[in-house]
Design a protein around this ligand. Structure first.
Ligand code: DX5
Ligand code: ZN
Length: 216
């Protein structure tokens, strides 16, 4: 599969949602990555349902919503109604992860599970057959613009091996510190989807950066 690019709108200009969407719509990106932070699971608050709805009004590509929040089960239906196409919850935030994943799928969304950098890959083996994607956090979640933790590269290949060993087609999404310079290394290690926030939106030409990420 050709890899996918999911710019993280966390780093976009929220005063100009329509023009940011127009740029993303005409770029080579595949998904919009939408980061929801509750100030409890992570030490930061980002955006909520009304802003997701606003992006949905203009986006011509799927919304890949990443919930960095406690009790995500309570909001599965709300995020579906707001326009989420993929819904990713954190392994560390779900006591009954299979139940949460089932709820996401029964709403007709693709289900994803994200794991923090300290969580071993082996912890995913029971949930892997049930999800479309695993979001590997290559930074500690909460903020854009952080530097990738180098040991995470080995974790990408370990996850790829586990997916292959189980005969699955689960996609690996990388989130945190992705740049044009390190993208090839992550793809070679087994990444399928690259999330990039500051690398895209803080660059001089976001469209051109997306094109570069797509063609590395
Ligand atoms: C961080 C978020 C990321 C973030 C990535 O907690 O989950 O999606 O926007 O930002 P960059 O690409 O700047 O590391
Ligand atoms: Zn994210």
């Amino acid at each position: 599969m050709e890899h996918l690019i999911a710019p993280s709108i966390l780093s976009c200009d929220f005063a100009n949602i329509e023009s940011e969407c127009n740029m993303l719509n005409s770029s080579k990106c595949d998904w919009y990555h939408v980061d929801i932070m509750d100030g409890v699971f992570v030490p930061n608050i980002s955006i909520g349902l009304p802003i997701v709805e606003a992006f949905k009004r203009y986006a011509t590509k799927p919304l890949d919503v990443h919930l960095m929040m406690v009790n995500p089960d309570r909001y599965v239906k709300e995020f579906k109604a707001a326009g989420a196409d993929n819904l990713t919850v954190h392994y560390e935030a779900c006591t009954h992860l299979h139940r949460t994943v089932d709820a996401i799928k029964s709403e007709g969304m693709k289900a994803g599970v994200a794991i923090n950098p300290h969580v071993p890959i082996e912890n995913l083996s029971c949930i892997l057959p049930h999800v479309e994607l695993i979001c590997l956090m290559t930074i500690n979640p909460g903020f854009g613009g952080q530097k990738l933790i180098p040991e995470m590269i080995g974790k990408i290949s370990d996850l790829k091996q586990l997916i292959n060993k189980l005969g699955l087609n689960t996609k690996i999404e990388i989130d945190g510190g992705v740049t044009v310079d390190n993208a090839r290394t992550m793809l070679d290690a087994g990444a399928d989807i690259l999330v990039a926030g500051s690398a895209v939106f803080k660059s001089a030409n976001p469209m051109a950066t997306i094109q570069k990420l797509k063609s590395v």
